[in-house]
Design a protein around this ligand. Structure first.
Ligand SMILES: *[C@@H]1O[C@H](CO)[C@@H](O)[C@H](O)[C@H]1NC(C)=O
Ligand SMILES: *[C@@H]1O[C@H](CO)[C@@H](O)[C@H](O)[C@H]1NC(C)=O
Ligand SMILES: *[C@@H]1O[C@H](CO)[C@@H](O)[C@H](O)[C@H]1NC(C)=O
Ligand SMILES: *[C@@H]1O[C@H](CO)[C@@H](O)[C@H](O)[C@H]1NC(C)=O
Length: 427
């Protein structure tokens, strides 16, 4: 009995030594409840970048965040070194998890991204709106865990499904060094859904985007509690139904817009969700909220009237904005810029998201501030596409299981910002 026990002990020690000695292959010894990803706003493009550990040995890979993207797509054509790469064969169960796939053949030399009888998927670049044929692949992925608001070990997924793209995928105004795009969209193989089904945690994630280009914000995955120090910033959260648009994009129903509590007149049926065009899309690849032209016209006019009434003075606009100002009213505490309050009123009329100066006015160049909304013309992808600038220093929780979007007033109302989540282990 004792010798058998000793054997088991010795054997398990050996196993843990083996794992410990293979850097990056260490399996997290538990099922985490929550993971987090630091997210950085690129200083040149204002687009969002996360670093995700992939491959064996693990390597940190910078990826563009696409809230509505279907899966993780990464350039495999250059420097893809990994001892754990594999591509599922065509008609396998892994392939059937991706809605549109077909059998792949590749005429050049076998390498990551190039095998016969695997499956091919279309990886979409949201900046150029182009698709490239890519091999569906599996490899190791690792993300940091949080335990009771403290950083925990890396959580490792050995068979994470992703699209292995040719380098032609990386077109458009991408942040420097970015090697792929990570999708958080409504799809079985998006990052939050694959991680939730692997670890058995809730299908939920939350964005807290930093307004600074040198300080990280955070994306939480799973059952995280949102705490800055002792403060629970989910206090006062409101919820609105989260729906999925015809292109698989996240939508909410904004019924009306108010500025300083007064309704802005525009062609309301534009916002109705009964047509394929309609609903308010939430996106992270648009730096500023985009409004359909007729909404934009009346919205900017209304805002400008209210803003000049409290001391702002208008100047010629700076592209891409429609209205700009060279003199602002005296600053106010918390949200910095005294500006008319914009309310997006949701389908339940008691639910409204209020946008203050720190999310409505942007410094476009020295001495010039602009209303941080852009004109989407007559045929935008949706009447309202909420952009990243309006989301900054807010927490938005996407609960995919209950189809709810949770949000609350800017963190700045409590003198907080999204860069204050500090999960770095104290040295
Ligand atoms: C952005 O930041 C990087 C690193 O901090 C710096 O090297 C680069 O010059 C900055 N670029 C711009 C456009 O400010
Ligand atoms: C795939 O099959 C074709 C035709 O049989 C062959 O020429 C090619 O080398 C194969 N590709 C790989 C990567 O094995
Ligand atoms: C999420 O976490 C809270 C407390 O941290 C716990 O009470 C709750 O049961 C968890 N929910 C799920 C679905 O794991
Ligand atoms: C736009 O605003 C003007 C002035 O308030 C109003 O007369 C017009 O009806 C509005 N447009 C729409 C489509 O409601």
């Amino acid at each position: 009995m004792a010798s058998r026990f000793n054997f088991i002990l010795a054997f398990s020690t050996l196993v843990s030594l083996l794992f410990a000695s293979a850097p990056g292959a260490t399996q997290a010894p538990f099922n985490p409840n929550a993971l987090y990803l630091p997210v950085l706003k690129d200083n040149a493009t204002s687009l969002l970048v996360v670093d995700i550990y992939k491959r064996t040995p693990l390597k940190s890979i910078p990826l563009l965040v696409d809230l509505n993207g279907k899966f993780l797509s990464v350039n495999c054509e250059q420097d893809y070194l990994s001892s754990t790469y594999n591509a599922p064969i065509c008609h396998s169960t892994q392939c059937s998890q991706v809605e549109n796939h077909f059998c792949h053949t590749c005429l050049s030399q076998a390498k990551p991204g190039c095998h016969n009888n695997t499956c091919a998927v279309l990886a979409t670049n949201p900046l150029t709106n182009t698709n490239v044929v890519s091999e569906l692949a599996q490899d190791t992925l690792a993300i940091k865990t949080i335990e009771a608001s403290n950083p925990g070990p890396l959580a490792v997924v050995r068979y994470f499904l992703f699209a292995c793209t040719p380098s032609s995928f990386l077109q458009g105004p991408l942040p420097q060094n970015v090697q792929g795009i990570v999708g958080f969209g409504h799809n079985q193989v998006s990052l939050p859904r694959q991680l939730a089904s692997h670890f058995g945690f809730p299908q939920k994630f939350a964005l807290c985007l930093s307004s600074k280009t040198n300080q990280n914000g955070v994306i939480f995955l799973g059952n995280a509690s949102y705490r800055i120090g002792d403060k629970d910033i989910s206090q006062g959260m409101q919820y609105t139904p989260l729906t999925i648009g015809s292109q698989g994009e996240y939508q909410i129903l904004v019924k009306s817009i108010r500025i300083n509590h007064k309704p802005v007149q525009f062609n309301r049926p534009l916002l109705s969700r009964t047509r394929s065009f309609g609903g308010t899309v939430i996106g992270t690849t648009d730096p500023y909220t985009v409004l359909e032209h007729s909404i934009f016209e009346n919205f900017t006019q209304f805002f400008t009237n209210e803003f000049t009434a409290i001391g702002a003075s208008q100047v010629d606009p700076v592209s891409p904005f429609g209205v700009c100002f060279n003199k602002l009213p005296p600053p106010v505490p918390k949200v910095d810029i005294a500006a008319p309050i914009i309310d997006f009123v949701m389908e339940n009329r008691d639910t409204a998201w209020s946008i203050y100066g720190s999310n409505s006015i942007v410094k476009a160049r020295p001495g010039i501030w602009c209303l941080a909304f852009v004109d989407g013309g007559y045929k935008p992808r949706a009447p309202i596409v909420l952009g990243a600038y309006q989301l900054e220093d807010h927490i938005f929780e996407f609960d995919l299981a209950s189809s709810q979007l949770g949000f609350r007033v800017t963190l700045k109302a409590d003198y907080n910002t999204c860069d204050q989540f500090n999960f770095n282990p104290t040295p």
